[in-house]
Design a binder for this molecule. Structure first.
Ligand code: SF4
Length: 387
């Protein structure tokens, strides 16, 4: 196996202009005073983490949220500059920013590109005015189109669009029209998510009891089949259950995390992983900042993974990617050949037609990608639990 992928840095900026009713991310409504304190706190936190990588340079930096793009460009640029000062950034390093189309302008995009951001992930979600309103999005389809034009003019040549399907009242034809509008903008990358109903979200409460109709399972499958065909025809190759890219434009930060790579984290609710230890920070801004002020690492939890847990994660995440699970990576952790240790589970996956074994990888089939959660849980999870 090659060296473990990464390292990366994930910075979580939790504020949003308003809260979307389907969202169950660690996010909260924007409060200017607290936002200023958080920027200062993040700088303190990054400096405190300076020695954690023991001289390794960052390969990727990812600003996620929340809506990071609602912050002033100067604040984002300052955090990025600090991170690069502290750890360095490998040549060709990927620097991503999640953005809401309604929070961008020509000048801001120019400033962000000049500061070193080179990948922009736009939360388009839909191009249908009614569905954007139902999703609680503040931006319009035209805002997204304008943001794409302005990002191109500012020099961003690595753009992602997030699209959601399976929305209330949506049929397969409507979902196909929505995706076609996204593809007309020629993004290098597209993340396509089925609407999920978090039980604690307003959408979850409203739709999960079946009082209002969502598309049927058959309709959702039809949407997915049509989407896979349209994405392939547009030259966007699937490389993870929900992620599609032109060759060379896969999100390296996410790929690294799916392959068990190391990444530092900062920000309320952020998760990190380094040398077999994983952790999350306190999700609320106030307690996160208070903990930093008191000189403590603001952990919500920290956990040293057993070799079995690390292998389970490699299987669970790898079976969601078209590259599959790298067997040498599992063997390096376990010290034994995974083909033997997990033989019954792997055989079961093959019998179900969910995965195939190559010389180096356990690779999910298209059906296996559709069944990814069940694949690892039913076929490997129970077995790994016993080893
Ligand atoms: S903008 Fe994104 S992170 Fe913020 S509430 Fe909406 S879905 Fe959640």
């Amino acid at each position: 196996m090659g060296r473990r992928p990464g390292p990366g840095l994930y910075i979580h900026l939790p504020f949003c202009p308003s809260l979307c009713p389907y969202c169950d991310f660690a996010t909260q409504k924007y409060r200017p005073g607290q936002a200023r304190e958080l920027i200062a706190g993040l700088a303190v936190h990054l400096r405190r983490l300076a020695g954690a990588l023991r001289g390794r340079r960052l390969e990727t930096i990812y600003f996620g949220g929340g809506t990071p793009s609602m912050w002033p460009a100067a604040a984002l640029a300052g955090l990025l500059e600090l991170a690069v000062d502290l750890w360095g950034l490998a040549p060709g390093g990927e620097v991503s920013l999640e953005a809401n189309p309604g929070t961008l302008s020509r000048g801001k995009l120019k400033a962000l590109r000049a500061a070193g951001f080179n990948r922009l992930s736009l939360g388009a979600q839909s191009f249908d005015p009614g569905r954007l309103a139902a999703l609680g999005r503040r931006h319009s389809a035209d805002d997204t189109r304008r943001a794409v034009d302005q990002a191109r003019a500012a020099g961003f040549d690595n753009l992602n669009l997030d699209i959601i399907y399976g929305l209330p009242g949506q049929d397969p034809a409507a979902a196909a029209r929505d995706l076609a509008r996204a593809l007309a903008l020629e993004p290098e990358h597209l993340s396509l998510y089925e609407l999920t109903l978090g039980p604690e979200t307003p959408f979850g409460r409203r739709y999960s009891q079946g009082r209002e109709p969502l598309p049927s399972e058959d309709q959702v499958l039809a949407m997915e089949d049509a989407a896979l065909a349209a994405l392939a025809a547009a030259g966007l190759e699937r490389y993870e259950v929900s992620n599609f890219a032109r060759p060379g434009f896969q999100c390296r930060h996410n790929q690294s995390t799916w392959r068990g790579g190391d990444y530092l984290a900062a920000g309320p609710g952020a998760h990190g992983h380094l040398d077999g230890r994983r952790w999350a920070y306190l999700p609320q801004v106030g307690p996160y900042l208070a903990s930093l002020t008191q000189g403590r690492e603001p952990y919500q939890f920290v956990e040293d993974l057993t070799p079995q847990q690390r292998c389970l994660e490699l299987f669970m995440l790898g079976l969601r990617t078209t590259a599959g699970v790298e067997l040498a990576a599992v063997e390096e952790i376990l010290g034994r050949d995974p083909r033997q240790v997990y033989a019954p589970g792997i055989r079961r996956l093959q019998e179900l037609g969910w995965a195939r074994l190559t010389a180096t990888h356990l690779v999910p089939t298209t059906l296996g990608l559709r069944m990814a959660d069940a694949a690892s849980a039913q076929c490997l999870g129970s077995h790994i639990g016993r080893t």
